[in-house]
Design a binder for this molecule. Structure first.
Ligand code: PEP
Length: 268
């Protein structure tokens, strides 16, 4: 198990699913399901990452009903404001009370040509606006074959952290790293817990090198890629895995609630 000072985070990336009306129904049902199950939110934080158009509805619901769920966005602009058609500023997300923002998801890296430099700039922008960046890294199947498991994620994390090192004006108070092997995303073929642990441990080494040991010890590293209620326990037993970034399974309330309640089956 990961160290107790790192509160596990179960994060649901909805991608381009659920409109704002569906998001309200979903979040209400998720909150009720977790409440009925006496979920310990202090023991495992539960976050949803809806599309931009849902964020206001989700924020209003969470705030009005005093739900213990938190939320974030799936992307952020590297710029503060200006002539950037279609972009969303971190300032706008912060004004909406978003806690987190996913940065560098492999779908954005491949489909929207997001480079390591853009990921670094977006990570710095998130921190500047008081958002916690969930920095995604991970290797493709080809990378795995050519370079082994850790090389690409380690290089991606080093690049993402450029410019936000300890002692800089953009020193992070909190960041989250998500290790998501691209071959495991949406494929139904998750990494083994041991594979995830090996890479997450290497990523923690990068955090120690760049941001210092204290920050490395305090930073949550998630595993993502075909996480389900049936395999979450294996990941959460690993010392360097502090939670999960969940795609497909986060769209099913019962399944996502069961993943969030991993503590009920980790010890079994
Ligand atoms: C993701 O896209 O971040 C993800 C982990 O997807 P899935 O859980 O569906 O593999």
């Amino acid at each position: 198990m990961a160290v107790a000072s790192r509160t596990p985070l179960i994060a649901g990336n909805w991608k381009m699913n659920l409109d704002h009306l569906q998001s309200i129904a979903f979040v209400q049902k998720l909150a009720w399901t977790l409440k009925d199950a006496n979920h310990d939110f202090a023991g495992a934080e539960v976050a949803v990452f809806p599309p931009f158009t849902d964020l206001r509805s989700v924020q209003t619901l969470i705030s009005a009903d005093k739900l213990e769920l938190v939320f974030g966005a799936q992307d952020v602009s590297q710029y503060d404001s200006g002539a950037y058609t279609g972009e969303i500023s971190g300032a706008f997300l912060k004004a909406l009370d978003a806690s987190y923002v996913i940065i560098g998801h492999s779908e954005r890296r491949t489909m929207h040509a997001e480079t390591d430099e853009i990921v670094a700039a977006k990570s710095a922008a998130a921190i500047k606006h008081g958002l916690v960046p969930v920095i995604c890294v991970g290797e493709t199947a080809d990378d795995l074959e050519t370079h082994g498991p850790s090389a690409v994620p380690v290089a991606q994390l080093k690049a993402a952290l450029a410019g936000i090192g300890a002692g800089t004006s953009a020193a992070p108070t909190d960041i989250v790293v998500a290790y998501e092997p691209v071959w495991a995303i949406g494929s139904g073929q998750a990494a083994t817990p041991e594979q995830a642990e090996q890479v997450c441990a290497a990523l923690r080494g990068v955090l120690a090198e760049v941001l210092g040991q204290d920050t490395a010890d305090a930073t949550r590293i998630l595993y993502g890629g075909s996480v389900k209620s049936g395999n979450i326990a294996g990941f959460m037993r690993q010392p360097n895995v502090d939670g999960a970034l969940v795609g497909g399974a986060s769209l099913d309330v019962a399944e996502f609630a069961a993943i969030s309640r991993f503590q009920k089956h980790v010890g079994v």
